[in-house]
Design a binder for this molecule. Structure first.
Ligand SMILES: *Cc1c(COP(=O)(O)O)cnc(C)c1O
Length: 383
């Protein structure tokens, strides 16, 4: 009987387990940066940018301070500014929309396709105005948005496409890496993301040399040389320690992603047939890299309480759609404005998923989900 390990508290995420698995490589990389005092810019940043661009199948990656700044600088580099409107979805982290406001533009939400939980490209036409300048599809939970349809619409209308890939490192859509299907694609290396730094970091990936050049200038005070500035920019640099750590972790990312996909498939197999439960869709030509394994249920509250009582950590991404947050009250969009996004936010529950989890742990979580929902749906529940 070895049930004890699986029944021990299972955190939603275990970054320490990952560190233990690569400790020697990480410690060596950190020591090298410090002994060379390569703290800002420098060889480790340049090396990581080359490696990450190659990983993404794109011409250039520009390392920046975090994923939010990646979005902000990409918008600026694509010429988005005051008076412009940008289309995105309400079921995302606030950073997607904040970046739009930060450049002086206005966010316009459109609803999602309930089958994929990403932007419904059929709603782009109705969401567009004379002021629309760009679209930010969010590759939610690790699965690409419908980039064919979004790209075709953008091309017809002369709009820029800036992907929010903060959750989708390595995602491929119809055989092509997502960053090759947009004007710019923005990544976050927040510690909990699929490729996570040991602090804040992000990147803009693009095939457009003008966009890359502009982001490089904007992130570093508009500099062309140490003492020459062609414009005002920002301090949005990635530091050398983060770059060196990311280079180490990038070597493992393919394996980690495969492991996430294997464990996700195991969840899906173990949970199929459980009542009141919608499992994540996954398509052969648009496979998720499973930043999150998110189930949907009308009994979320009960399920979350049950899992918590068993010591299983879970999360909600995201409980309140952005148009219903106080921060966006000025848009005057009430409940019912985006029914699919609202329903999704009301039902989503993220189960623990990280490469270091064991298959036994996945089966344990799935078993507890099944126990809870079959009890909840039984007519004798509550007796
Ligand atoms: C994490 C995240 C961001 C922001 O990235 P930071 O590095 O935390 O600034 C933006 N969009 C989405 C969808 C995210 O998940």
């Amino acid at each position: 009987m070895t049930k004890t390990t699986a029944a021990a508290p299972l955190p939603f995420l275990d970054l320490a387990a990952q560190y233990r698995s690569i400790r020697a490589e990480i410690d060596e990389a950190i020591a090298a940066v410090i002994s060379e005092t390569a703290f800002i810019g420098g060889p480790y940043l340049g090396r990581f940018e080359k490696e990450f661009a190659a990983y993404c199948g794109s011409a250039e990656a520009v390392g920046v301070s975090n994923g939010t700044d990646a979005l902000r600088l990409a918008l600026l580099a694509c010429g988005v500014g005051p008076g412009d409107e940008v289309l995105t979805v309400p079921n995302t982290f606030i950073a997607t929309a904040e970046a739009v406001t930060m450049v002086g533009a206005r966010v316009r939400f459109i609803d999602i396709d309930p089958d994929t939980n990403t932007m419904d490209s059929k709603l782009l036409e109705a969401g567009c105005t004379d002021r629309t300048k760009a679209i930010i599809p969010v590759h939610l939970y690790g699965k690409s948005a419908d980039l064919d349809a979004i790209g075709a619409f953008a091309k017809r209308r002369g709009l820029k496409v800036i992907g929010d890939a903060a959750q989708a490192h390595g995602a491929v859509y119809k055989g092509r890496p997502i960053s090759t299907l947009a004007d710019a694609t923005c990544f976050s290396f927040y510690p909990g993301k699929n490729l996570g730094a040991y602090g804040d970091a992000g990147a803009v990936v693009t095939d457009d040399p003008a966009v890359a050049k502009s982001v490089r200038m904007l992130r570093d005070h508009g500099r062309t040389t140490k003492y020459e500035h062609d414009m005002e920019g920002f301090n949005c640099r990635m530091d050398g320690l983060q770059a060196a750590i990311l280079s180490v972790k990038l070597r493992h990312l393919k394996n980690w992603t495969q492991r996430r996909q294997t464990l996700a498939a195991l969840y899906t197999q173990a949970l199929s047939g459980v009542s009141d439960l919608i499992l994540p869709s996954d398509f052969a030509d648009n496979r998720s890299v499973f930043h999150l394994y998110v189930v949907h249920t009308a009994k979320r509250k009960e399920l979350q309480a049950h899992l918590q009582s068993r010591g299983i950590g879970c999360g909600i991404h995201y409980p309140i759609p952005l148009h219903l947050q106080r921060a966006y009250a000025y848009l005057k969009l009430g409940a019912g404005s985006f029914p699919h996004a609202e329903r999704q936010c009301a039902m989503a529950l993220s189960l623990p998923l990280y490469p270091e989890m064991t298959e036994e742990q996945v089966r344990y979580v799935a078993g507890e989900v099944a126990v809870c929902l079959s009890r909840e749906s039984s007519p004798r529940a509550g007796q």
